[in-house]
Design a protein around this ligand. Structure first.
Ligand code: PLP
Length: 395
């Protein structure tokens, strides 16, 4: 049996998304910039996808810029907003728990001489892994040009108080970017309710294809493009449009919008069942991150004394795919920056696993994980020199 519990890393392409994409890979391969009839058909498909993405996040179609994914959308937002500022002394506020697509971009800004303040996450039981808007307010300076804070954290699932942070940004007249790559399709994302100027999404996190995403750019927000080239995406992102990918993103956005209420309730029930069963059966297991402000699909658990990497491999051998952190950091021996920022010790951070569910997840998947994970944790604890948890008798 193979059970996939790593939907925050990526999701499969929904069959309806694949069906929508195939004509643009086969017969209708035209360039959406071409004047002839096949080109116009490709353009119409790109426009329809733009409408669909805009509808998912409550934006106007003209505010959507297609990119090669979440990483490019984050880069375009951060570099583009900072470059657009006329302020000669520039300061950026970022969160310490954001994805590397944001963190490494901000660290690059620092190397260019731009000041960046990284806001720590809260550590308490009711707010672990959450950014406090007051800390964002306190970090403001007259020369602050950008605030960037993610919506849902990819490792903990914690939902950040974006509405309050955007109020801080608006009161100070500062541009606000939000990485919504892990929230779009899982919880409602509405650019006006959130109050954002820039917002990133990525198709492969909600059953669309990899390598395509979008940046929402609120009308009137100044942005310097990252790339130079032709006039695609109204000069904001040159390059021949990835028509099949964009069509796939559009279809995935439509499905996410229509299925969200049903998906999120079903997935939350499965996640909660998995989490409670693991906590009940495994001594010294702790859930990481605020459990109330959390996307419905994610559970991050520390299994003290059982190394996360060893657990990951042992579970993989039993057919269960989960994760120790961000997929792009796997193979790294460093503990997750998110778990450390949320107050975990190095040992606990190294003994944590992320289980993330998705639209295809079933009760059988969860039952299998409930049956296998406790046995594997117990076995690893029994042989781990660091384990102080008494091994329970074999079940
Ligand atoms: N932001 C977050 C929160 C993510 O989880 C990811 C992917 O894991 C990204 C950005 C990068 O998106 P992409 O894989 O589309 O480049």
């Amino acid at each position: 049996m193979r059970v996939y519990l790593d939907y925050n890393a990526t999701t499969p392409v929904d069959p309806a998304v694949l069906d929508a994409m195939l004509p643009f890979l086969r017969d209708n391969f035209a360039n959406a910039g071409s004047v002839h009839t096949p080109g116009q058909r490709a353009r119409a498909a790109v426009d329809a996808a733009r409408d669909s993405v805009a509808a998912l996040i409550g934006a106007k179609p003209s505010e959507i810029v297609f990119t090669s994914g979440g990483t490019e959308a984050d880069n375009l937002a951060i570099y583009g907003a900072v470059a657009a500022s006329a302020n000669p002394r520039r300061h950026v506020i970022a969160s310490s728990i954001d994805h590397h697509a944001v963190l490494h971009t901000c660290e690059d800004l620092q190397r260019q001489g731009i000041d960046v303040t990284f806001i720590p996450a809260e550590h308490g039981p009711g707010n672990q892994g959450i950014i406090d808007p007051d800390n964002v307010r306190r970090a403001l300076r007259p020369e602050t040009v950008l605030i960037t804070v993610m919506h849902a954290n990819n490792e903990l699932g914690t939902i950040q108080p974006i509405e309050e942070i955007s109020r801080v940004a608006r009161d100070a007249g500062v541009c606000f970017h939000c990485d919504a790559v892990q929230s779009a399709g899982k919880i409602p994302v509405h650019v006006d309710s959130l109050g954002v100027d820039l917002l990133s999404i990525s198709a492969h996190k909600f059953c669309g294809p990899k390598g395509v995403g979008a940046l929402y750019v609120r009308t009137g927000t100044s942005l310097v493009p990252r790339f130079r080239g032709g006039h695609a995406e109204r000069d904001r992102r040159p390059g021949t449009e990835n028509v099949p990918g964009i069509v796939g993103l559009g279809k995935a956005a439509e499905l996410a919008r229509l299925k969200l209420p049903e998906d999120s309730a079903r997935i939350a029930a499965l996640r909660d069942r998995l989490e409670s069963a693991l906590l009940e059966r495994i001594p010294d297991a702790l859930v990481n991150g605020d459990r109330t402000h959390r996307v419905p699909n994610t559970s991050n658990i520390t299994f003290r004394g059982a190394g996360g990497e060893a657990l990951l491999i042992a579970l993989d051998l039993q057919g269960i795919a989960c994760s120790t952190g961000a997929a792009c950091s796997s193979g790294s021996t460093e503990p997750s920056h998110v778990l450390l920022a949320a107050g975990l010790s190095h040992d606990d951070a190294r003994s944590s696993l992320r289980f993330s569910l998705g639209r295809p997840s079933t009760a059988e998947d969860v039952d299998y994980a409930i049956a296998m994970v406790p046995t594997v944790v117990e076995r690893l604890r029994a042989i781990s020199p660091r384990s102080t948890v008494a091994a329970a008798p074999a079940r």
